[in-house]
Design a protein around this ligand. Structure first.
Ligand SMILES: [Zn+2]
Ligand SMILES: [Zn+2]
Ligand SMILES: [Zn+2]
Length: 272
């Protein structure tokens, strides 16, 4: 029998494939490979797909079992792989949770972030580095892109439901722009952007859909002893906390806006 949590996972799998296609990744005979896998195994568990785009190769794995160095095994719901410039792979692990987090004890979210996210960051593999681990869930009242500021964006949680897929698009955007450094790739349509260099910022305008985004930096005097964090800003769907409705975000490291106002958020992503 198909339980709701399982159905939710499979729905997420299709959404992830949709997101890759939206970003102009192609995959040969994806439906055929899924049907073949299902007919053989009587489940989609263990299925994987290889994708290609002008930016490089990607892979998506559903419930792949991985051996850890300590002899244990883990099986995250989804693993994204992107080939990086060193010919190794960057991995992003995503676990689907069919849980109404804000209606249940906070410990549940805390434990899931530990057990189904942070733990995966420790997966060690010769050619693969895990760059981030996130929970995707059904509770639209909670979303935190940066649970642990000491490990920038590495641990996060966000909701995705039928009719609410914006956060999933933000999750992909964060992979493409922040982790993969594909800054001129349009996160909406996968097109190439024109870059306009300004004094203290770069503005990107997509040739195809006219989507706009901006890159600048936090203030140097807020980070006297380290490199100044890069800030990417979007009209909506920011993975840094937006300052009101402005084209401004709070820095994910010092949590200040350009005027020095600080913000704090809890595990649920609610501002304190
Ligand atoms: Zn699962
Ligand atoms: Zn575009
Ligand atoms: Zn800062």
């Amino acid at each position: 029998m198909v339980s709701s949590p399982h159905l939710y996972e499979v729905w997420i799998l299709f959404q992830l494939i949709h997101q890759l296609k939206k970003a102009q990744f192609t995959c040969e005979n994806i439906t055929g490979s899924m049907i073949a896998h299902f007919e053989k195994e009587r489940t989609l568990s263990g299925w994987s797909g290889k994708f290609k785009s002008s930016k490089g190769a990607a892979g998506l794995y559903y419930e792949k079992e991985i051996d850890l160095e300590n002899g244990r095994k883990v099986k995250p719901d989804f693993i994204f792989l992107f080939k990086n410039s060193n010919q190794n792979w960057d991995a992003h692990v995503l676990d689907a949770k069919y849980k109404p987090y804000t209606n249940i004890n906070e410990n549940v979210l805390q434990n899931d972030l530990e057990h189904s996210a942070r733990r995966y960051l420790e997966i060690k593999h010769e050619k693969i580095t895990v760059k981030s681990a996130a929970l995707v869930h059904i509770d639209e009242k909670t979303n935190n892109w940066n649970v642990d500021a000491n490990h920038l964006y590495k641990i996060s949680q966000f909701p995705t439901l039928p009719g609410l897929t914006d956060h999933l698009a933000t999750y992909m955007k964060r992979i493409f722009h922040h982790f993969n450094n594909w800054l001129s790739m349009c996160p909406k349509c996968g097109g190439d952007a024109e870059c306009i260099l300004g004094n203290y910022k770069v503005t990107y305008i997509c040739d195809r859909c006219e989507n706009v985004w901006v890159k600048n930096q936090c203030r140097g005097d807020f980070h006297p002893n380290s490199t100044t964090p890069r800030l990417l800003k979007y009209p909506s769907g920011n993975y840094n906390i937006q300052v009101g409705n402005q084209w401004n975000v709070y820095c994910p490291v010092c949590f200040r806006d350009v005027n020095g106002n600080r913000i704090r958020q809890n595990l649920y992503g609610h501002c304190l």
